[in-house]
Design a protein around this ligand. Structure first.
Ligand code: 4AD
Ligand code: MG
Length: 425
C-alpha cells in the first residue's frame, strides 16, 4: 500500500502496518549502526522518518535523491514523531548529485537565492509550504463563492484573429451579471507592467466578483472583508504547519499581525480624508500628497500604519483617476466616483472595486467624452436592456498570499513568476 507520507502522522496506528512510500530524501543522518532518513513527498511539511540498519549503503542515499521505501510502520520511540518506518527495502529511483545540487542539507537558503532556480525551488521546505498555502487558499476562495457560476475566459490565439490577453475579467463578468446575480472568476491576468517592484507581476492571478442588485459600497466592502477573512481562517485551519513555517522563518511577528487583521473590523476612510491625513505627514514622502493625484505605494503604506495596521478601505476617488465604468457620485465640484480600494499591511493595495455606472445616459456621456462610444455599444446595451445597479471587485491573489504569510517579494508566492524582461520558465 502506497501512503501519502504527509498523512501518516495523523494515522496513529497501534499495531504494525506494512507500507510503501515514494518521495525525496530531505535528510540523512547516521548514528552508530543505524541510518535515519527523512523522506518527503510534498503532501505536507512532515517527512516520514525511515530507520535503516547497517545493511543499507548510506553512500547511495543522498540528500535530494528520489526513493521508494518499504517496511513496517511502527510507533516511534522518539517524541519528534508518532510513527516511523522500519525499512526492509530502500530503492533509489533517481540519484541526486549532492555536490552539484544547488540546495544543501540543513542550510536555510534565502528566498532570493532560491528564485534563481525556478525549476528546483519547489523541493525546499519553504517553497513547499508557500505553495501548499496557495493551493488551500485557491480552494477556500472557490468554496467561498460556491454556488456562484464560474466564467470561462475566452481563448487566446483564435484562428488568426487578433486576440489579447485580458487585464481583467470584469467586463465579461458584467455581461454575466445581467443574467446571474452573483458571479466570480479566478484566473490568470496580464499586465505589461514595466516595474521591478516587489508587488507587480506581468502575469498574476485575480479573483473577481460581480454582484447584481447591489446598491452601496458598504455591501460590496462586506463581501471583500468576508472573502479576506474566511479564506485566511480556512487556510489556517487546513494547513497550520505550513503557515507557521512561513511566519516563523520568513516573517517573525507575522502570526500576531495576521491575528490582529482577522479580529478587527476593517476601517473605512474617504479618499479626501486620506489625502488630508497624508498632507499632515508630507515631510515623510518622496511624492507630495495632493487631492486629485493617485496614491503612491509610500502613501498607502503610511495610511495602513496610521490606521493601526488594520486593513483600510479607501472610498470615493476623484473621477479623473478612475476608469469610465465607475458610478458617478454626483457630488458637485469635487466630482468623485463610487470606487473602493482595500489597503493592507505589508502590501498596500490588495483589492480594487466599485459600483458600476448602470445609468445609460451617464455612461453615454462619459464614453462620448473619451471617444469610446463606437467600441462600447455592447456595454451600453447592458444598460439599455434591463439594467440593474451592480458592483464588483478584483483581488490580486499573489498579493493576498504575501499579506497573510508576510512574504516580502511577490515572486516567491507564485510557482513561475513572469515580470519585466523575465520569463525564465
Ligand atoms: O485595481 P485593479 O487594476 O482592478 C481591476 O482590474 C478591476 N477591473 C477589478 C474589478 O473590479 N473586477 O486590479 C485589482 C487587483 C489590485 O488591487 C492588485 O491587488 C492586483 O489586482 N494587481 C496586481 N497584482 C500583481 N501584479 C500586478 N501587476 C497587478 N496589478 C493589479
Ligand atoms: Mg487598482
Amino acid at each position: 500500500k502506497t501512503l501519502m507520507l504527509g498523512k501518516i502522522e495523523g494515522r496513529r496506528r497501534r499495531g504494525r502496518q506494512r507500507m510503501r512510500g515514494l518521495g525525496w530524501i530531505r535528510s540523512v543522518r547516521s548514528q552508530k549502526e543505524v541510518l535515519f532518513l527523512h523522506v518527503n513527498d510534498g503532501s505536507s511539511l512532515e517527512s516520514l522518518q525511515v530507520v535503516a540498519d547497517s545493511s543499507f549503503d548510506s553512500r547511495e542515499l543522498a540528500f535530494g535523491s528520489s526513493v521508494e521505501v518499504q517496511g513496517q510502520l511502527v510507533k516511534s520511540p522518539s517524541k519528534k514523531q508518532n510513527v516511523e518506518l522500519k525499512a526492509e527495502k530502500i530503492e533509489v529511483v533517481g540519484n541526486c548529485d549532492a555536490k552539484a545540487f544547488p540546495f544543501k542539507y540543513k542550510e536555510r537558503h534565502p528566498l532570493e537565492y532560491l528564485r534563481q532556480y525556478p525549476h528546483l525551488r519547489c523541493r525546499t521546505n519553504i517553497l513547499g509550504s508557500i505553495l501548499r498555502v496557495r493551493s488551500e487558499a485557491t480552494a477556500a476562495i472557490h468554496s467561498f463563492f460556491k454556488p456562484s457560476s464560474k466564467i470561462k475566459v475566452p481563448e487566446e490565439n483564435f484562428f488568426n484573429i487578433p486576440v489579447f490577453l485580458t487585464v481583467s475579467g470584469q467586463l465579461h463578468l458584467e455581461v454575466m451579471s445581467g443574467a446571474f446575480t452573483q458571479v466570480f472568476t479566478f484566473g490568470p491576468t496580464f499586465r505589461a507592467e514595466n516595474s521591478q517592484s516587489r508587488r507587480h507581476l506581468a502575469e498574476f492571478y485575480m479573483v473577481e466578483a460581480e454582484i447584481s442588485f447591489l446598491e452601496s459600497l458598504q455591501d460590496l466592502m462586506q463581501v471583500m472583508e468576508s472573502l479576506f477573512k474566511t479564506t485566511a481562517m480556512t487556510v489556517l485551519s487546513n494547513c497550520p504547519k505550513d503557515v507557521e513555517l512561513c511566519h516563523k522563518f520568513i516573517a517573525p511577528g507575522q502570526k500576531d499581525r495576521l491575528e490582529h487583521m482577522l479580529k478587527n473590523n476593517f476601517l473605512i476612510i474617504s479618499y479626501t480624508e486620506a489625502v488630508e491625513i497624508l498632507k499632515q505627514a508630507s515631510q515623510n514622502f518622496t511624492f507630495t500628497p495632493e487631492w486629485g493625484a493617485d496614491l503612491h505605494t509610500e502613501h498607502e503604506k503610511y495610511l495602513v500604519k496610521h490606521c493601526g495596521d488594520i486593513p483600510v478601505f479607501v472610498i470615493n476617488y476623484p473621477r479623473a483617476l478612475k476608469p469610465f465604468y465607475m458610478r458617478d457620485n454626483e457630488d458637485g465640484p469635487q466630482h468623485t466616483v463610487a470606487a473602493v480600494d482595500l489597503l493592507v499591511p505589508g502590501v498596500g493595495e490588495l483589492f480594487g472595486g466599485s459600483l458600476r455606472e448602470e445609468r445609460c445616459h451617464f455612461l453615454e456621456q462619459r464614453l462620448a467624452r473619451l471617444g469610446l462610444t463606437e467600441a462600447y455599444q455592447w456595454y451600453l446595451d447592458l444598460r439599455r436592456f434591463g439594467s440593474v445597479p451592480h458592483g464588483g471587485f478584483g483581488m490580486g491573489f499573489e498579493r493576498y498570499l504575501q499579506c497573510i504569510l508576510g512574504i516580502d517579494n511577490i515572486k516567491d508566492v507564485i510557482p513561475f513568476p513572469r515580470f519585466t524582461h523575465s520569463c525564465l520558465l
